[in-house]
Ligand binder design. Structure first.
Ligand code: COA
Length: 281
């Protein structure tokens, strides 16, 4: 297989900006958006661009056609790689984990996975790495690895263990049975499921809520929530104090403004909504 890391195929993933949202659309519908080595390169290129572009306040990850993603490209990652040197095998896998986990989990902007259809195996990882996930009720999920002789690796099992209850996770890891968007929401794999025709509208609505908040505060809050899960209580307390102090330097005026509008101006109540950010006027 010729895997050329110097050329990025821009068609594999589309990027569209729309009023503060960067829509990142996996674009191999003829292969059900299976995740290939070349697609990893394009994702990393898009991430570099989107993180630095002010047109993006929220990034949404979704798929073109009937699939969110059919998971790892079985041909390109498994069959074609069999005869490749170990160095190539390691390289393509690292690229894959790089975008699906390291970059996406701690992305600079808030992220939403919009699961529009088929979602299998390796595709669970980017769904879980996104901060939030909304699925179509009709979307179909499957940990299909067991059906073709592998286990959910590439940290898919870790992602499942983090979001789903143990009994549910083991059930689907071991049976490979399909479940729909409603069930995914009930089990905690996604935040909620809505009818397919309402999916984009609901994701847009959620993105608009996030766009009202301070980007610096959101980044600190989501990172803190994710990081403390891996720390003990003492380390967690230390981390959160440090993070809070860091935020004071990065976005102290946000807090001052929020406090002022509540205590002095009496123009809003923090329990009921967001203060008016000066930059949004
Ligand atoms: N890897 C490689 N190719 C894949 C793929 C995958 N994960 N998923 C789909 N494709 C390819 C098919 O081989 C087919 O290619 P072809 O047109 O050259 O024959 C094309 O995409 C369309 O797939 P098809 O199976 O005809 O579509 P479908 O709509 O009837 O079924 C799925 C969709 C997703 C149910 C089915 O393709 C499937 O089971 N895919 C594999 C899912 C999986 O186990 N993924 C691995 C998880 S790690």
């Amino acid at each position: 297989m010729a895997f050329n890391t110097s050329e990025v195929d821009k068609n594999l993933v589309r990027l569209e900006y729309d009023n503060g949202v960067a829509w990142v659309i996996l674009n191999r519908p003829e292969k059900r958006n299976a995740l290939s080595p070349a697609l990893s390169l394009r994702m990393l290129e898009i991430f570099d661009e989107v993180e630095a572009d002010d047109r993006c306040g929220v990034m949404v990850l979704t798929g073109e056609g009937t699939a969110f993603s059919a998971g790892m490209d079985i041909k390109e990652y498994f069959r074609d790689m069999k005869d490749q040197p170990r160095s190539v095998n390691l390289k393509v896998r690292r690229l894959n984990y790089e975008w699906q986990w390291r970059r996406l989990r701690y992305f600079m902007k808030p992220t939403i996975a919009m699961v529009n259809g088929w979602c299998f195996g390796g595709a669970f990882l980017p769904v879980v790495s996104c901060d939030l996930a909304i699925a179509a009720e009709e979307a179909k999920f499957g940990l299909s690895e067991v059906n073709w002789g592998i286990l959910p690796a590439g940290n898919v099992s870790r992602a499942v263990a983090e979001t789903m209850r143990t009994r549910d996770g083991l059930y689907y890891v071991m049976t490979g049975e399909l479940f729909d968007g409603r069930k995914a929401a009930e089990m905690g794999l996604v935040n909620e499921a809505v009818p397919q025709e309402k999916l984009r509208e609901r994701v847009r609505e959620l993105a608009d809520i996030l766009l009202e908040k301070s980007p610096a505060v959101l980044k600190a809050a989501k990172d803190a929530f994710k990081r403390v899960q891996e720390l003990d209580w003492d380390m967690s307390e230390e981390y959160l104090i440090t993070k809070q102090e860091q935020l004071w330097f990065l976005a102290g005026e946000e807090r001052e403004e929020g406090i002022k509008q509540f205590l002095d101006d009496k123009t809003y109540k923090p329990g009921l909504g967001m203060y008016k950010r000066p930059s949004k006027e």
